[in-house]
Design a protein around this ligand. Structure first.
Ligand SMILES: [Zn+2]
Length: 358
């Protein structure tokens, strides 16, 4: 407890609050520019369990905006979840850090959040956020949405009782109709500030649940997470936005939409959607992800031996990189590949079939 003396001195935390944080379980979905910052803040604050989920690998262009990654991670193309977990372990030895190098989709999301108290949105695409909105409502998990573009960002704390993301924006915009970090740029101070607010909202939720008595022994659910059905009224139903360049802030009060598909009608259409084999949602990169049709494990060394006659191959414990001058792809142990140098998802699928095998 000495370690947290100055935090315990805060009336908002105290000894009981600090103990509660040590028992808390948080999943961070997406450990890029938002997720690494909130992960570091929550780990340093004493949250006892952090699940870090990311399908991607560290590249040099992540470094201006992320905490927890270094140049070595980028040179090794280390999976983001593993790199973040390794660096957290350097300063937090008694927290449980659970890295997952996995694609977040309708087939995987529920298993990733079922045993946590709350979820933090560190994603960079609408597909994942609407999926999170459905899954968190279905499993009664509070979650904290965050998004950043250019010099501005926004966040919204969403409770199982609603209002939810779909009360604010009923459907995601059509692909290609909105600016992205690739087209508009993004600055690390904005991602760091939004992630800081997300971490604070997470701490407030965890501590408020302690105060309400909702998480006292006996209301703990069987899977290790706490039952949030009894959580207090939403701390915030504001869609809060800010701009780090102009210092402007705005808060729009979000009311529950009586026709909301998710938090009123409980129709989880994003969760029920079949998982697509191809995903092009790799923000800011001319790259397509191909997922294998079913769960698999790839022997990267065996694949490297097969591919060496066709191009340059490097293999690390986590990832295989192939480059023949035109085509470049990275292959993960779970069978996913991220393919560059192709014009469409269909072309990426064809590369996957030719080089890796479906
Ligand atoms: Zn709603």
């Amino acid at each position: 407890m000495n370690r947290f003396a100055r935090q315990i001195a805060l009336a908002e935390v105290g000894v009981a609050g600090q103990r509660r944080l040590a028992e808390s379980r948080v999943a961070i979905i997406g450990t890029g520019s938002l997720g690494t910052v909130s992960a570091e803040l929550l780990a340093r604050a004493g949250v006892g369990f952090l699940r870090l989920v990311d399908r991607d690998y560290v590249s040099l262009d992540n470094l201006p905006r992320s905490a927890l990654f270094n140049e070595d991670d980028a040179l090794q193309s280390k999976p983001k979840a593993l790199a973040a977990a390794d660096h957290l372990a350097e300063f937090i030895s008694d927290a449980v850090i659970d890295p997952r190098v996995i694609d977040v989709n309708a087939a995987t999301i529920e298993g990733l959040i079922a045993d946590v108290d709350l979820v933090i949105d560190g994603t960079d695409n609408f597909e994942a956020r609407y999926l999170l909105n459905d899954a968190c409502h279905k499993l009664r998990k509070p979650w904290i949405h965050g998004a950043v573009l250019g010099t501005s960002g926004a966040l919204m704390t969403i409770q199982p009782s609603g209002p939810c993301l779909r009360c604010f924006a009923p459907s995601p915009p059509p692909p290609g109709s909105y600016p992205t970090c690739a087209s508009s740029g993004v600055i690390g101070a904005a991602t760091a500030l939004v992630a800081t607010y997300q971490a604070i909202e997470a701490l407030k939720l965890l501590l408020a649940l302690e105060e309400s008595g909702a998480l006292s022994p006996g209301t703990t659910s069987g899977n290790g997470a706490h039952n949030c059905n009894e959580s207090p009224a939403p701390l915030s139903t504001q869609y809060f936005s800010l701009d780090v360049w102009s210092h402007e802030t705005d808060g729009v009060l979000i009311a529950q939409d009586p026709g909301c598909k998710t938090c009123v009608q409980q129709e989880y259409e994003f969760l029920d959607k079949p998982v697509s084999t191809i995903s092009s949602e790799l923000c800011g990169r001319d790259e397509f992800q191909v997922r294998p049709g079913s769960a698999t494990t790839i022997d990267l060394n065996a694949a490297a031996t097969r591919l060496r006659s066709q191009g340059a191959v490097t293999v690390s414990p986590f990832i295989l990189t192939f480059d023949d001058g035109n085509l470049r792809f990275k292959l993960f142990k779970d069978g996913r590949a991220m393919i560059k140098g192709v014009a469409s998802g269909e072309a990426a699928l064809s590369v996957y079939a030719d080089y890796i095998g479906l």
